[in-house]
Write a protein that binds this ligand. Structure first.
Ligand code: R5P
Length: 294
């Protein structure tokens, strides 16, 4: 197998190559003055090579990153690659995974079909927002979980037995996964969203966090509104320390500032979205998967 370094995930790709021992193929990329995307594989793909392209598609420029991925897959296939696996830690459009209002599309399904047309045979992502959508993808598709890596980060920082909190009921499976590593209590808030205005409201029934260290676990932090709201509730209920962690720290605009201003002591994410809060690397998780380890 060869690892192709997608321009959006160069460091992660190189670390996966180091951990697996698989040869790394770099990619030159640029954006033309008119905004169009250009890529060129700098290494050779031999006939019958299996290749894995590692390319996250987080903002900014998620559409360009998707096009880079498609162009690389097409080139790899034309150079003779046998099987092309796309490893996309953060999949853009993954939250547009069902019809909420008539006239909308299921954008993530459209993306998957576009990727299939570019030559991708197999797909791997990390903590996709809703796993059910993968069954509709036109190629074998799998999601891995980075939650135990995030929980381990907090154990190493001395927070064993911390309370694992899901900011809404849908994220409870994430909090329970974290609880397996942390060994403390688990619970969730409730969140409701107005589908027209996008406004959300949160509430907590019977949540006892008085004097506790609480870590809020989510798949994505985008505007930070969910975490700010959760932190306020936790502080009102007497939580001693509040941390937050997520797999995909999009942290749009001033999200990190607003979260820290709300009393959250630390924000921890993975390098699915490279940035100041990407403190946990996905390289070991992806490498283990590529090596076929259980
Ligand atoms: C929603 O169900 C997700 O799991 C996240 O809670 C949500 O995407 C976070 O968005 P924001 O940071 O904008 O509140």
């Amino acid at each position: 197998m060869k690892i192709i370094s997608g321009p959006a995930s160069v460091e992660l790709s190189e670390n996966v190559s180091t951990l697996t021992g698989y040869q790394n193929v770099s990619v030159a990329s640029k954006i033309f003055p008119d905004g169009e995307t250009y890529v060129r594989l700098e290494g050779n793909i031999s006939n019958n090579d299996n290749v894995a392209i590692i390319q996250t598609t987080c903002p900014p420029l998620q559409d360009s990153k998707l096009f880079q991925l498609a162009f690389i897959a097409d080139v790899a296939k034309r150079m003779g690659a046998n099987k092309v696996t796309a490893i996309v830690p953060y999949l853009a459009y993954a939250r547009q995974d069902k019809l909420f209002l008539s006239g909308e599309g299921i954008s993530v399904r459209t993306i998957a079909h576009m990727l299939k047309a570019s030559g991708i045979d197999e797909f791997l992502t990390i903590n996709i927002h809703s796993e059910h959508v993968l069954s509709e993808f036109p190629f074998p598709a799998k999601t891995l979980s980075a939650i135990s890596l995030l929980a381990s980060y907090f154990v190493e920082k001395g927070h064993k037995k911390a309370f694992a909190l899901a900011p809404d009921k849908g994220a409870m499976y994430i909090a329970k996964e974290a609880q397996q590593v942390l060994g403390g209590d688990v619970g969730h808030l409730s969140k409701n969203r107005d589908r027209y205005t996008g406004q959300t409201s949160q509430s907590a029934e019977g949540l006892d966090v008085e004097g506790q260290t609480v870590i809020i676990f989510d798949d994505i932090i985008s505007t930070g509104g969910t975490i700010v709201g959760a932190a306020k509730i936790l502080k009102e209920r007497g939580a001693k320390h509040v941390f937050t962690t997520c797999v995909h720290p999009l942290l749009i605009g001033d999200a990190s500032k607003r979260i820290l201003d709300a009393g959250v002591e630390e924000i921890v994410g993975t390098n699915s979205v490279p940035g100041a809060f990407s403190k946990v690397s996905l390289a070991p998780l992806i490498s283990k998967h590529l090596k076929g380890a259980p």
